[in-house]
Design a protein around this ligand. Structure first.
Ligand SMILES: O=C[C@H](O)COP(=O)(O)O
Length: 261
């Protein structure tokens, strides 16, 4: 068993306005308490839309909840004339611990290349925010059995220009695109294979200290009833959860199942 802390991150995507966010986080906190979970067993993170973050911050800080929170994206730019962008410094002022970078939905819908993703990683790190860097292959690439090469190239290019000291604490989320929101889940062996390949790549490029301390998540149709199996490998340190994180008590049940694995 590794000494990396289990991480369960709920990416709400474009769901829940700020009022729904308050209700969802409150119910999540109560359900986690009922389940007797606290920050000693796992890290639980909510990743709401930008418009909810201030409300989530106020609730978490006001009620002294042990949950942390983050954002779903960040701009690679400094504050300035960039309509619609959100600077890393703004997220830092809102107390965000994490930011999801390079999610496949943004890579596909917003044409985010690995270069753009690397620039966003740099912007987040400069503000002390932990990137949750998303990588993963398409169905076609998996069928062609090029999934490992493709995913490791994404990793390498998305982290280009950083040394191991800069990347300390970064989280990598392996999310096969074909498993996101489809109900299709990679098998535990698929998740384990890629997590091991990612860790080996980190060791080769950055050394054993970074490789052994970096948390690697799996994402793609993770639910309460499959999370324990997905987390079976010692190389898989948690999950990036979409749909199953929207309902607070359901997400707490998933966290409980993950801790009990
Ligand atoms: O960021 C989360 C992932 O895209 C997984 O989403 P999902 O659990 O709804 O498949």
């Amino acid at each position: 068993m590794s000494d990396r802390t289990l991480l369960l991150a709920g990416n709400w995507k474009m769901n829940h306005d700020h009022l729904e966010a308050i209700s969802s986080v409150q119910k999540l906190a109560w359900a986690l308490e009922d389940a007797k979970l606290d920050g000693t067993q796992c890290d639980v993170v909510v990743i709401p839309p930008f418009t909810d973050i201030r409300s989530v911050q106020t609730l978490i800080q006001g009620d002294k909840l042990w949950l942390t929170y983050g954002a779903q994206d960040v701009s690679q730019y400094e504050p300035g004339a960039h309509t619609g962008e959100i600077a890393a410094s703004f997220l830092s002022r809102l107390g965000c611990t994490y930011v999801v970078i390079g999610h496949s939905e943004r890579r596909a819908n917003n044409h985010e290349t690995n270069d753009v993703v690397a620039a966003k990683v740099k912007a987040a790190l400069a503000q002390g925010i932990t990137p949750i860097l998303c990588i993963g292959e398409s169905l076609e690439q998996r069928q062609e059995k090029t999934h490992v090469d493709f995913t490791l190239t994404q990793l390498e290019e998305s982290l280009s220009g950083f040394d191991s000291a800069a990347l300390e604490g970064i989280v990598i989320a392996y999310e096969p695109v074909w498993a996101i929101g489809t109900g299709e889940t990679a098998t535990a062996d698929d998740a384990a294979e890629m997590a091991a390949a990612i860790r080996a790549h980190l060791e080769e490029k950055y050394g054993s200290a970074l490789a052994s301390s970096t948390r690697i998540l799996y994402g793609g149709s993770v639910k309460t009833d499959n999370v324990a199996e997905i987390l079976a490998s010692d190389d898989v340190d948690g999950a990036l959860v979409g749909g199953a994180s929207l309902n607070g008590p359901d997400f707490a049940a998933l966290c409980k199942a993950a801790v009990a694995k």
